[in-house]
Design a protein around this ligand. Sequence first.
Ligand SMILES: C[S@@+](CC[C@H](N)C(=O)[O-])C[C@H]1O[C@@H](n2cnc3c(N)ncnc32)[C@H](O)[C@@H]1O
Length: 571
Amino acid sequence: MSLAPSKCALCGVEASLKCAGCKRVVYCSPEHQKKHWKRQHKNECAKPYEIVQHSENAKLARNEEVGRFFLATEAIPKDTILFTESPMVIGPKWNLDEYEQRSAIVPCVGCFTDCQLGVYRCDRCNWPVCKPDCPGLVNANLHAIECPILRFGGGPKPRDDPEAVLDYYRYDAMLVLKCLALQIHNRPLFDQMMQLESHYEARKGSQYYRDADDRTVQYLLKNFLAPLKKQEEIQGKTVLPVADAKTLHKICGILEVNAMVIPLTNGREICGLYPIGCMLEHCCMPNCFYTFDCTKGMKLTFKAGRNIEKGEHLSTTYTHALWGTQQRRDHLKTNKYFSCSCARCADPTELGTYLSALRCLGVDGGGCSGYQLPIDSLNDASDWKCNQCPVQIEADQVNFLLAKIGEEMDDAIEQKTSIKQKEDMIAKLLTFLHPNHYHIFALKHSLIQMYGHLKGYQTPQLSDRDLTDKIGTCRELMKIIDTLDPHSFRLSLYAAVVLYEQHTALLEVTERKLKAGASKEDAAVRKNYNEVLHCLMRAKQVLANEMGTQQGIRLLEEIKRATEKAEGIIV
Ligand SMILES: C[S@@+](CC[C@H](N)C(=O)[O-])C[C@H]1O[C@@H](n2cnc3c(N)ncnc32)[C@H](O)[C@@H]1O
């Protein structure tokens, strides 16, 4: 598809110098061709997609909010590697919760492995390190970026109490400082980063802006940037030309909108900015997915998750596939500043899963077998109506009920409730929610991992009924997962857990059948065995798309062992 073949891809004037590689873009001069190559075209030349500006082609953009987006310029088969790239910058997660911020186990500033606050420190800036000679301390892509600025803080005072020490080491501000410090080491990269979407105007005055002002901007200015400025004035030499509050806020916005969470193999999560990866638009049913290679400098690889047709937008997802439509849309509106209107969001049944549906209580609580769904799921204030009877409920009532249930769920998760408590909670929630509701999904997904593993509930100790129920629950959960993620690339860990648990229960049921006198050749036994092997094989396949989390790596090992064992029994 030719989008603007007669205008210079860099400046937009009439032009005729064609790119010899892809012949899809033209330039007004070799200088503009070179600049455009460096800035963008090297990532798309002769690739099956191009990066389009909404303003250049509004018709293809579908909506105004989207900005830059990827367009498939030819059919792209499933599993095609679209691109692999290194991060512009990586650092500790910038959106730490209070608990993470107050922990005395912190990431080493050189390599992000866990280290104890107060044991070793970088001898230049005084920030905690795993060992005095950690190689990351002098790595130009790691600590060497921010160390020259952190030195101006001087470290916590010797007599500071532990709280004051934690207040000094604000890890959630570190990535913002690293972004700012890029200008010292690589000015073109800094300029490129500053071109990323920050939604600065929309954020200004929001709660996020106020939080970031206190938590990050003022902290960095007071502790490091003001002393640095003073030094610059004394020496008459500018080290950091741009270091004002507005730039810091813009960087906060850029991180909020674009930063990707990278799971390290040690279980810790860090954040990174990727120049091309963060250009993909969001869709709740995306067609692409990504993985990280922590052994190769946190390289990001984007792949086609399914066959993609020419003319389709390439998309990823910025939310969780197991959140209900309201939650996903709220998150996108609050954190990414747009309203999603994808096919899943527009369908009140969420592709027939009923993941957000409420049970209809009928007229005057007289009972009804129907379910309440939003009349217009793209309108946050929409009333809900029953799919069987005329009862309607207001958005406020739905929000009130969901807020109450949400609080109970948070408590249940925090208190690590028992099997019995979780089952009682499901029974109670079934009065109000569809059996596939996301809250019930979460409880069931947790229960299948408790049955078979907790003390007193080991697989051989489970009753036949428990095992049959566990198998049934696993099949129900897989049906939902397969609808929301038909190509198994977003919910791979969830799917692998369900399939693994399904195999353990099925294997036990089959062993009991054999002990009770059945033959290995019986049809029911063969059927179960086939399902066991199928579960394990699929679990292995879906984990190939997993991001590379510690949990995913461990589970894959477990599945490999289980496959060997199952094959030994079955064959
Ligand atoms: C990570 S950036 C993606 C790159 C961005 N389009 C740009 O030009 O820099 C995320 C931003 O892109 C826009 N965006 C992404 N997906 C969208 C969608 N499905 N609908 C509307 N806007 C979207 C929103 O402005 C969002 O905050």
